[in-house]
Design a protein around this ligand. Structure first.
Ligand code: UDP
Length: 324
């Protein structure tokens, strides 16, 4: 029996692929390499394919005896999703329907899905719990919420078993330094601030210093990608043991401001760099912090690397010697 890791050449998928292999699972990474990196697939088999093509998905299910699917393959640029919603609805929603169709026809009924705190939109309060209203404020968040709803209907009608994991801000890198975060274009604060530390970028821009937060910059909940990987493995075990389909937040419940991230990067790297106060980025909620009490209680998850300095130190270790 094997595990299909759709989007396993990307940042989060590659870390989960590593963890699955460490635990002895056979994995097949399925990725179109539009944003993924072939070099990030260091474990398991690799199939270059696209969820837009039924034939590609069918071929993977014909060739391998797939027990469960991890699904990370999605576009995730919030700004782009506003400019080009069609691209997001097709890739994130329609292609997921394609995947579910082939899974059904092969009797594969377990899926672990990469969702997001962006499905909550502007929260009424923090920390956010799973039962709070979901009102996404951009098409990206709507695509992820739509898939969550499709899963619910498929569970009822077709017996799909799902674990939906809503990430807060995935960050850091494999502590062994074998894989890490690399996006093109890069929009995330930690890789950008490390680019400033290493001199690849002239400065780091802080998007908004007039928010209603203690230092005026936005607060986010950074969660180490290896902790995310642990949660995914636990979610798989949960479904394998007959757990009910469910939704789980993955965060640390620790809010860290953009200025705190910048200061931590200066401390961890020992480098100084220019910090520019820039206008707010549209669509940024002031504060997003998640409660993962449910994941801890039901899945038995215990994040190991909650401290922002550790997250940045692992990201820096990768960043200094990045292969891709
Ligand atoms: N941010 C920033 N400067 C940058 C990139 C991001 O100030 O160059 C801020 C952004 O406005 C947000 C936080 O850093 O408040 C985290 O942004 P990121 O894009 O990393 O993740 P998001 O929260 O959007 O998923």
């Amino acid at each position: 029996m094997a595990i299909l890791v759709c989007g396993g050449a990307g940042y989060i998928g590659s870390h989960i692929n590593k963890q699955l292999n460490i635990e002895g699972y056979d994995t097949i990474v399925f990725d179109n390499l539009i944003y993924g990196h072939r070099e990030a697939v260091k474990w398991g088999e690799f199939v270059q394919g696209d969820l837009a093509n039924h034939i590609d998905i069918e071929a993977a299910f014909e060739k391998y005896d797939i027990e469960a699917v991890f699904h990370f393959a999605a576009y995730a640029y919030v700004g782009e999703s506003v400019e080009e919603p069609e691209k997001y609805y097709y890739n994130n929603v329609v292609n997921t329907l394609n995947l579910l169709k082939v899974m059904r026809s092969h009797g594969c009924n377990k899926i672990i899905f990469s969702s997001t705190c962006a499905t909550y939109g502007e929260p009424e309060k923090v920390p956010i719990t799973e039962d709070m209203p979901q009102n996404p404020i951009n098409p990206y968040g709507v695509t992820k919420l739509t898939v969550e709803r499709i899963f619910k209907d498929y569970a009822k009608a077709y017996g799909l078993k799902f674990a939906v994991l809503r990430y807060f801000n995935a960050a850091g890198a494999d502590p062994d330094g074998e894989i890490g975060e690399s996006h093109n274009p890069e929009t995330h604060i930690i890789p950008l601030v490390l680019d400033a530390a290493s001199g690849v970028r002239p400065d780091i821009k802080i998007f908004g210093t007039d928010y209603d937060t203690p230092d005026g910059s936005c607060i986010r909940d950074y969660i180490h990608v290896s902790d995310l990987a642990d949660a995914h493995l636990l979610a798989l075990h949960y479904l394998e043991n007959g757990g009910e389909s469910d939704f789980f937040n993955l965060g640390n419940a620790i809010g860290t401001s953009v200025l705190e991230v910048v200061n931590s990067a200066k401390k961890v790297t020992g480098r100084d760099f220019a910090v520019v106060h820039a206008p707010r980025r549209s669509g940024d909620p002031a504060k997003l912090v998640g409660s993962s009490e449910k994941a801890q209680r039901i899945l038995g998850w215990k994040p190991k690397y909650g401290d922002i300095d550790t997250i940045i130190a692992h990201a820096w270790k990768w960043h200094e010697n990045a292969e891709y």
